[in-house]
Design a protein around this ligand. Structure first.
Ligand code: URA
Length: 450
């Protein structure tokens, strides 16, 4: 249905009433509502009422797919069909210390699978890929679409921020959700994430749905529900989709903070890095290679990814992408070229024992307080500050041994961060039960039959 026909046929009030009364909306009604709102023809107060009705009443799978589709087509959908390689992306629902995107884009591109990645900034206590990339001197995440395509064609991966042309309905809706208590609906989260990802012109998508104290989805059931919804919605729209549900009860890797996380990315691409980060990167890369047709099995994808790291090809790809996006590629050889905080101080353990748990969200908040994230939308980010964990959950620790180092530029901020870190770490006499990093997989039918 064309927007003009739709506008003549429907009224916003009827769409709101239907949702309020739990009556399924048709695709045409949802198309009308989203299109008219994007063009400024439905006021925020009516859309707010509708969003709250969706939060309270939920949506059917057909409605969720229709909403995703309407939001996707509210703007430009990239046509990358001219690129011979399959296009695969990864999306994480957000966490603390999650720098996997920066490893995956060059690693997967080194295997011949194209990775067009459109990412976001830090949200709340979680870090953002764009802020991490911008800690590399000169790196430009604001490429116009034509330039994005050129970088992608030259090196097989490109990483930018959302442009005004991509999914504009999501921009408006997200801002409204933020102030109307309607962010938490899994149906709205699904449509928001999937509309942006599908606008990248990808063939397949690997989702990393985080669960635990540092994730938006605190419990596994909610994470699994969101993951299933996103997989099913992506499949309905003709994409191969897989979701891994992974642990975010402690930060991923040891470093939290923008430039510090780039250091850890380079460590992994050099064949080192912390075990949990390396393991998750290899698992996500394996699935991306498999869905991208570069490996027959996931196990082969894992082997191939490890080889691409060992041979230095993945690191070389990272260097190439940095150069093409106007960044300083010398950071790969000399990490001191990344922004450095003026001071470092240690957080010492008050007693001996085992690190039993970490309140992961508080660690993310401590990084925000240091200046590594935003407390208000208009805040700028200090790329140099952050936290380096010396202990992970389950590790033995002696009295007065360092749990973490704080990299900082302001004493009062460092003091507040120290208090949060101390409060967030529980030390016990016995070791905790080990938790798995990979909790569960949800494999879409077409991903399975690939
Ligand atoms: N990230 C998004 O892009 N959208 C949401 O709704 C939640 C997280």
């Amino acid at each position: 249905m064309s927007p003009s026909t739709a506008i003549q046929t429907f009224r916003a009030i009827d769409v709101i009433r239907k949702k309020r009364d739990s009556i399924e909306l048709s695709q045409a009604e949802i198309e009308y509502f989203i299109d008219a709102y994007t063009r400024g023809e439905i006021p925020d107060y009516q859309v707010s009422a509708w969003l709250m009705a969706v939060l309270l009443r939920g949506m059917t799978r057909a409605e969720t797919a229709a909403l995703t589709d309407a939001m996707l087509h509210s703007g430009e959908v990239l046509d990358l069909s001219g690129l011979p390689a399959r296009k695969v992306d990864k999306h994480s629902t957000g966490g603390v210390g999650d720098k996997t995107s920066l490893v995956l884009a060059p690693l997967v591109a080194a295997a011949g699978v194209a990775v067009p990645m459109i990412s976001g900034r830090g949200l709340g206590h979680t870090g953002g890929t764009l802020d991490k990339l911008e800690s590399i001197p000169g790196f430009n995440v604001n490429l116009p679409v034509a330039e994005f395509r050129r970088v992608l064609e030259s090196c097989g991966c490109a990483m930018i921020g959302q442009t005004a042309e991509i999914a504009p309905a999501d921009r408006k809706l997200y801002a409204l959700r933020d102030v109307t208590g309607t962010v938490e609906s899994p149906y709205l989260i699904c449509a928001s994430i999937m509309s942006k990802k599908l606008a990248e012109g990808i063939d397949a998508l690997v989702l990393d749905v985080k669960t635990g104290s540092g994730a938006f989805m605190k419990n596994e059931n909610d994470a699994a529900f969101l993951a299933e919804l996103m997989v099913e919605t992506g499949e309905r729209m003709g994409k191969r989709v897989l979701a891994l549900i992974t642990d975010m009860d402690q930060p991923l890797g040891n470093m939290i903070g923008n430039a510090l996380e780039v250091v850890e990315v380079v460590d992994v691409l050099r064949g080192g890095g912390p075990q949990d980060l390396r393991e998750l990167c290899l698992e996500l890369a394996a699935w991306m290679l498999h869905l991208g047709g570069a490996s027959k099995t996931v196990a082969e994808g894992r082997r191939r990814s490890a080889e691409l790291i060992a041979s230095g090809k993945a690191l070389e790809k990272f260097r190439q992408m940095i150069e093409l996006q106007a960044g300083d590629p010398r950071v790969n050889d000399d990490l001191k070229r990344l922004p450095q905080a003026q001071k470092i101080t240690d957080v010492l353990s008050p007693k001996a024992g085992y690190l039993a748990s970490i309140q992961c969200e508080q660690i993310g908040t401590a990084c925000v307080i240091l200046g590594g994230g935003r407390e208000r939308k208009e805040d700028s980010v200090d790329p140099s500050v952050g936290i380096v964990l010396h202990k992970k959950v389950g590790d033995r620790i002696a009295k007065a041994e360092s749990i973490a180092s704080i990299h900082y530029n302001s004493e009062p901020r460092a003091e507040r961060a120290r208090q949060l870190i101390v409060e967030s770490c529980a030390i016990a006499d016995t070791p905790p039960t080990a938790k798995r990093l990979l909790i569960h997989k949800i494999i879409g039918r077409s991903a399975e039959s690939n």
